[in-house]
Design a protein around this ligand. Sequence first.
Ligand code: NDP
Length: 434
Amino acid sequence: EARNPGQPEFLQAVTEVMESLWPFIAAHPKYAEQGLLDRLVEPERVVMFRVSWVDDHGQVQVNRGYRIQHSMAIGPYKGGIRFHPSVTLSVLKFLAFEQTFKNALTTLPMGGGKGGSDFDPKGKSPAEVMRFCQAFVMELFRHVGPDTDVPAGDIGVGGREVGYMAGMYKKLANSAASVFTGKGLSFGGSLVRPEATGYGTVYFAEEMLKTRGKSFQGMRVSVSGSGNVAQYAVEKAMALGAKVVTVSDSSGTIVDEDGFSPEKLAILMDVKNHHYGRVSDYAERTGVKFEAGKRPWHVPVDVALPCATQNELDEADARTLIANGVLCVAEGANMPSTIEAAKAFEAAGVLYAPGKASNAGGVATSGLEMSQNAMRLSWTREEVDARLLQIMQGIHAACVKHGQRADGSVSYIDGANIAGFVKVADAMLAQGVV
Ligand code: NDP
């Protein structure tokens, strides 16, 4: 704590991982050698930079940009870019740390990184968003590269923003190398990348439900958020026969007892992706109930999929979900549950998957995009989707293997942390103290 003052999210993420690792390392002392843990919690490099740009009124705006290059032990730094006013050094350090374990879990050769800015895309014109993205890349470009660091999207950064950044990178670097994933299909993107995090979260939850002889068929499901991850989690849960009764954003929650339909989801996507609107606009267009200022967790469900942001589900929310009989919680977002909430789920015997396991489908498919770019070819939708499903099943199996408790039950928290750690740690030990 003395080393990282004012970084609560980073300390939260490290604490959660270390609680899983201490007993494991006590049983496997080779992982206490070479200062391994001290090195693992220190990012290899942190870049912070000024982003200045001119808004539509001719005013100069100054934001802060970051890239956290956490670990290159198993491959180039890899992780998304987030544009949101809540972005701080602490938030991005937590995300880069988590990313390192997540990327290891995918079994693909990707290290961990994360970046972003406190820029708020809400209320900005398309031209302002483009100028900001270009200004951001004017500094970022010198720190990234196809074998160095490969960024992608995250909150506030979707296909449009990745396109602007990839375009500016090409101009500055005079190189068409793929240094971003989540690109448009016309310039090297992969089919299924936009869907991958949401689909992957549902595939993972389906594997968890299978361990109890159940499936999504007929389940009541709540989803939080209404962005990229949430939208495709809704789509896949519906496709597997579930009734999705909520989505949300920072203004409030939609509660729809009739459940989502493909038609309603198309309206939500139009509101969010084309008009950059709010879920309240969606409620107005469809006539469904909107609860201003509320989160979805008071709504009774069998499966909860938090897909918005960190610490959006606290211990009181967890207790409400448990009292209402929730069976399974799979995180589409990164660290949406507080440590206390996660512990409450595990203590109550709820199937609980931390984001680094259940939302790894996004970065896994980014890894598949990198492979396709390197081979200069594109796989079909079916091929990418099949690989995504296989990877999610593999991560589930790794969690079950490493998270097995003495009584035969599974801690997905321990499983994900230990399985990710072993891969990174073995690579670090083999490469010496660097
Ligand atoms: P989007 O920007 O598409 O959507 C984010 C959603 O979360 C919006 O509904 C947004 O509402 C809501 N949200 C964001 N910040 C807050 C906040 N502080 N309070 C309440 N609601 C908030 O982002 P993504 O869907 O891409 O990302 C969602 C989560 O999934 C993040 O945790 C991200 O790190 C994680 N993730 C994303 C991956 C990807 O491939 N995109 C991969 C793995 C994880 P509003 O519009 O009101 O801000």
